[in-house]
Design a protein around this ligand. Sequence first.
Ligand SMILES: Cc1cc2nc3c(=O)[nH]c(=O)nc-3n(C[C@H](O)[C@H](O)[C@H](O)COP(=O)(O)OP(=O)(O)OC[C@H]3O[C@@H](n4cnc5c(N)ncnc54)[C@H](O)[C@@H]3O)c2cc1C
Length: 476
Amino acid sequence: MKKIRSFISRKDIENLKSICGKNGWTDKKDVNEKYLTEERNFYKSYSPIILKPNSTQKISNILNYCYNKNIPIVPQGGNTGLVGGTVSGYVSNEIILNLEKMNKVRELSHTDSMLTVEAGVKLHQVQSIAKSIDKFFPLSLASEGTCQIGGNLATNAGGVHVIKYGNARDLALGLEVVLADGTIINGLKKLRKDNSGYNLNQLFIGSEGTLGIITAASLKLFPIPYEINTILLAIDSLEKAIEIMNELKKLYIEKLSALEFFSNFALEIVIKNIPDSLQPFEKYYPWYILIDIEGTKEKDKNYNLIENFLFKNLRNNIIKDGIVAKNLKEKENFWKIRESIPYAQKPEGSSIKHDISIPISKISQFIDESTKKIFKVIPNIRPCIFGHLGDGNIHFNLTKPINMQNLDFEKYQDRINKIIFDIVFKYNGSISAEHGIGLLKKDVIKNYKDKAEINLMKNIKKIFDKKNILNPGKLI
Ligand SMILES: Cc1cc2nc3c(=O)[nH]c(=O)nc-3n(C[C@H](O)[C@H](O)[C@H](O)COP(=O)(O)OP(=O)(O)OC[C@H]3O[C@@H](n4cnc5c(N)ncnc54)[C@H](O)[C@@H]3O)c2cc1C
């Protein structure tokens, strides 16, 4: 990779300010804090200025300028990423380019079931815009109030509806992207079918800002589900949870839109640390499954099917207890429990977190083996396990023992990661199912991905960004 410049002159900064125009940048220290601090506080960025351009042409001009002057750029969306992908100053003196002012809706079509928005539109706004024409945009994450659609695509975000609708990459029809030298690629499409060559859009999706800056996206919209039945089940083993999942998949195939799970420790800390969260069952159980089943017009038929399913599995002792949410409040409480887990972990002190994926058939073995090995290293460690059971994506998070200091616990990070990642590898899983590689896993990815694939990725990076000015040092 070419060596990038480590010094940015005052003149460069003035020139970049003038490309961005009035209100298109900020260099005030206090304002910049939110752009310079990363979600988990693992990294603190340095960037002499935050660029906030409001048009694709301005982004193209910025990149063209930076390309000619060898100035590295870090694209940044809502800054909710969890792997240090948006930080600057670790590899060189990069400048942060935040997309928040790229916030226009370009097209909304009921007939084509599509929406074109600029990259800086927040995910929850994308969902609301779809709703305004009686459509549904299914990507849904706990960070949706802050993360941006450009960031979602750059990380190929998942979330709770992957089981039915897929990841961000399955929801994109086309992209507009600015390349490292400022070239604008207009790949915005409304088409469901296009076999006119390599699918370049898919290369940018999940590339974590290393191949180009996504400036706009055409997205697939879906019919709004008629109704959603939300069910919470208490289970005493993961094997039984998998059994339940298989039965639900058989019964509901297309209708199953979320299938999440969490451990008892996860529930306990939510009840303890998150205000207004309600304990759903009278007793605590080892595991819980949260299910959304999309309904049809035949409301009674749906309800009877669910009721029969519950009674049968209660009788067989597969389910220990189960509640079908009776109203919106109950539904919201169930989902609040699931989505608050990452926040409930914070007051418990340091955690070592993993967003891995495992073939569904191996989930139970993986959790059993990993937990046993981790307990041998730190006997009182508190596993906080939850995730997307339906697609095999597990948040295998480990919270420090009650009596251990944060710093003492954090010293175990590399050792614990190695234990977990080795087991993930053994089961042919992935060390990153959602959050990506960024800076956090950059040094270990080479141990767990095929060498030929890594080499190909490096060569692709060279083709798209031969001067290495786009998010240098991240991912590869
Ligand atoms: C509470 C919480 C829950 C979460 N839950 C989930 C979850 O369920 N599923 C999941 O997948 N993730 C989850 N995340 C992680 C995070 O929200 C996602 O990765 C999200 O997609 C990041 O979007 P963002 O706009 O914040 O991107 P950022 O954090 O700003 O950026 C992420 C990466 O994308 C690059 N990037 C950003 N915008 C662009 C662009 N326009 N063009 C090119 N590159 C760009 C950045 O350089 C960086 O490498 C969660 C995070 C939090 C805090």
